[in-house]
Design a protein around this ligand. Structure first.
Ligand SMILES: *[C@@H]1O[C@H](CO)[C@@H](O)[C@H](O)[C@H]1NC(C)=O
Ligand SMILES: *[C@@H]1O[C@H](CO)[C@@H](O)[C@H](O)[C@H]1NC(C)=O
Ligand SMILES: *[C@@H]1O[C@H](CO)[C@@H](O)[C@H](O)[C@H]1NC(C)=O
Length: 455
């Protein structure tokens, strides 16, 4: 009898889980992209974007009681991860009113930093590109280039407007995890190379166990969610970097303990958290990027990123990641490295990574986990992420200021941008620049040199 009852309950919790709420209908903003074969020969694709599940209201399926408030779980609804996923739903999003996400024109997406709403305020956002209402748009980037326009003129120091690829499941984990009933339509299944532990639902279960956090902070649980990540664009008005990050796993993978790489376990993680970054300022050219610089961030511009393979085919091994900018009709090649011990290149390759890590005294965990070849394997099946965020861990100093903070800024690799190290303190930047925003537009994918006028 007890056994039977227990079996029924178990069955029930397998059937249900990370439910869908129906308080607000989920309507994805449209964001068409283009796929090109040659300059001027492009085809429009009717893609749309979806807000990540972590930003959404989570409430009990039977009513409007929150499953999660501030930075804690409701212990009644969420005694453990599986029960919580069965009891709780994630709801539809009012993109503009609640989250400050708008589409100012066709193919353009604006993400506002702080949005005052009925529940207080929303800070930052993260959306994914979708091929249809319930599937992410999968990208194979090998032997291809990825291009988009950005306007960072309203994105000051301490903020990060990011465009990147993560090796997420096409359906957000819906088919792989029976506890996940929401799927990509509700922005589930996130992962990245930091193996983030502040994700509320991972593998169809709530990350309840061990969850803690300071008030105002997002909190974090026992589990993290890891996968390879290709940062095309992490930037504000004063700094930018593009960075491949590899992992020893080839799909979204839940981690715990040392595998997540927190604190002293950084170089035991399933993923390479540092990556191999190309930041022009850090690499010796302080006049290349910024207001009134060679790439003038007071005005919009185009960013082209090319994934070159060793044999020039889609099945080759990734050899180099090249970068161009286009502004006012002019093609601007990426800046060249000016660092002792590093060849004067303007692209990312295994040689560049090895040389840079040595010159800066950094651990080449990127190389340890397989370097460019490993990145290339992951680039075959990526999901596009667009976000704006502030940094509760280290105030974005790794991007736009001196990092580590206590290191001598004259030591090679320490100085990454001209921002004040305190500019990115979350409380400070949220109070000083709530109306900051970034606009991404004209996303294109195509053969090398097909998405822009290269000459
Ligand atoms: C937690 O959830 C239970 C039932 O699901 C509800 O009765 C209770 O009021 C909730 N507690 C809080 C603090 O929201
Ligand atoms: C990388 O850039 C260098 C010049 O900075 C260039 O000579 C080389 O051809 C580039 N590599 C690839 C694969 O495009
Ligand atoms: C692509 O365009 C760039 C910029 O004009 C040029 O330097 C490069 O040689 C071109 N590459 C190919 C493969 O045509």
């Amino acid at each position: 009898m007890y056994r039977a009852a227990a079996a029924t309950l178990l069955f029930a919790s397998l059937v249900l889980g990370q439910q869908v709420g129906t308080n607000t209908p989920e309507k994805h903003p449209s964001m068409p992209i283009e796929v090109c074969t040659a300059p001027g020969s492009c085809t429009k694709e009717n893609t749309e974007v979806v807000l990540d599940a972590n930003w959404r209201w989570t409430h009990v399926t039977t009513g409007y009681t929150n499953c999660y408030t501030g930075s804690s779980w409701n212990a009644t609804a969420c005694p453990d991860g599986e029960t919580c996923a069965a009891n709780c739903a994630i709801d539809g999003a009012d993109y503009e009113k609640t989250y400050g996400i708008t589409t100012p024109s066709s193919g353009a997406l604006k993400l506002k930093f702080v949005t005052k709403n009925d529940n207080g305020q929303n800070v930052g956002s993260r959306v994914y590109l979708m091929a249809s209402a319930d599937k992410y748009r999968m990208f194979n980037l090998l032997n291809k280039e990825f291009t988009f326009d950005v306007d960072v003129s309203n994105l000051p120091c301490g903020l990060n407007g990011a465009v990147y690829f993560s090796e997420m499941d096409e359906d957000g984990g819906l088919s792989r995890f029976s506890g996940n009933k929401a799927g990509a339509k509700y922005g589930t299944g996130y992962c990245d190379s930091q193996c983030p532990q502040d994700i509320k639902f991972i593998n169809g279960a709530a990350n309840v166990e061990g969850w803690g956090g300071d008030s105002g902070d997002s909190g974090a649980g026992k589990y993290g969610t890891c996968c390879a990540e290709m940062d095309i664009w992490e930037a504000n008005m004063d700094a930018t970097a593009y960075t491949p990050h590899v992992c020893s796993v080839n799909e979204q993978t839940r981690c715990e303990g040392a595998d997540c790489g927190a604190g002293d376990d950084r170089y035991s993680s399933l993923c390479d958290k540092d990556g191999c970054d190309f930041n022009s300022f850090r690499l010796g050219n302080q006049e290349f990027y910024g207001p009134e610089k060679t790439v003038d961030t007071t005005k919009p511009f185009t960013i082209v990123t090319q994934f070159v393979t060793d044999d020039g085919t889609d099945t080759g091994t990734l050899k180099s990641i090249n970068r161009f900018y286009v502004q006012d009709g002019k093609v601007i090649p990426n800046s060249q490295v000016v660092v002792e011990g590093v060849d004067p290149v303007n692209n990312i390759s295994d040689e560049f990574c090895t040389q840079q890590k040595t010159a800066f005294g950094d651990n080449n965990y990127f190389g340890t986990l397989g370097g460019m070849a490993a990145m290339g394997k992951s680039l075959e099946k990526m999901v596009l992420v667009l976000s704006v965020w502030d940094d509760h861990a280290v105030s974005m100093n790794w991007l736009d200021s001196n990092f580590p903070n206590d290191a001598d800024p004259s030591k090679p690799g320490v100085s990454r941008g001209r921002c004040d190290p305190e500019a990115g303190l979350p409380a400070k930047v949220e109070a000083a620049h709530p109306d900051a925003s970034v606009i991404y537009s004209n996303i294109k994918l195509g053969a090398i040199n097909s998405t822009f006028a290269a000459n």
